[in-house]
Design a protein. Structure first.
Length: 164
């Protein structure tokens, strides 16, 4: 896939402009649970980073079952045709990052660059950084513009330096 592909550029814009996503996890009973989470992009790990508390059910579910889904969609503005709004759904494996390790530090740096007012949460031991590693990617660039993308294409896109 070309770096100049307009749909890939559209996806990159979506990932850089939106700051929250819908996170899908599985409960202890195997039922789907959807939560809203802030996210950042960590170029060094070519992954999406979330920072979540053990007090939240979705954190406990991820610790037990790392399979997850994340949907990022363009926010509605006024009279936008909702079927035209770009969105992407990732099927991912969540990987809890161990405190004070190099990948944890990279995640913290990426996350706090995007959410500087939340830096203090990284000192709370019940908050954890998770790297969400891509398994499958489905991109809807707009009405009738859907496609499945190779995870390696998106990892390359995520590895590009970010101006959070």
């Amino acid at each position: 896939m070309s770096v100049d592909d307009p749909l890939l550029i559209s996806l990159q814009t979506l990932l850089r402009s939106e700051r929250t996503a819908a996170l899908g996890t599985l409960s202890n009973q195997g039922l789907p649970v959807v939560s809203r989470v802030p996210f950042a992009i960590c170029p060094e790990q070519a992954s999406i980073i979330i920072h979540i508390s053990e007090m939240a059910a979705h954190t406990r579910y991820l610790l037990q079952r790392p399979d997850a889904s994340l949907m990022i969609g363009q926010s509605e503005h006024g009279q936008d045709a909702v079927h035209d709004l770009p969105r992407v759904t990732f099927q991912m494996l969540a990987r809890k990052l161990e405190r004070e390790q190099p990948d944890w530090e990279q995640a913290k740096q990426a996350y706090t660059a995007r959410f500087p007012d939340m830096e203090f949460l990284s000192r709370f031991t019940d908050f954890h950084f998770f790297a969400l590693d891509l398994v499958r990617v489905r991109h809807i660039a707009g009405f009738a513009a859907a496609r499945t993308l190779k995870p390696e294409w998106i990892r390359a896109l995520l590895a590009e330096p970010v101006a959070n």
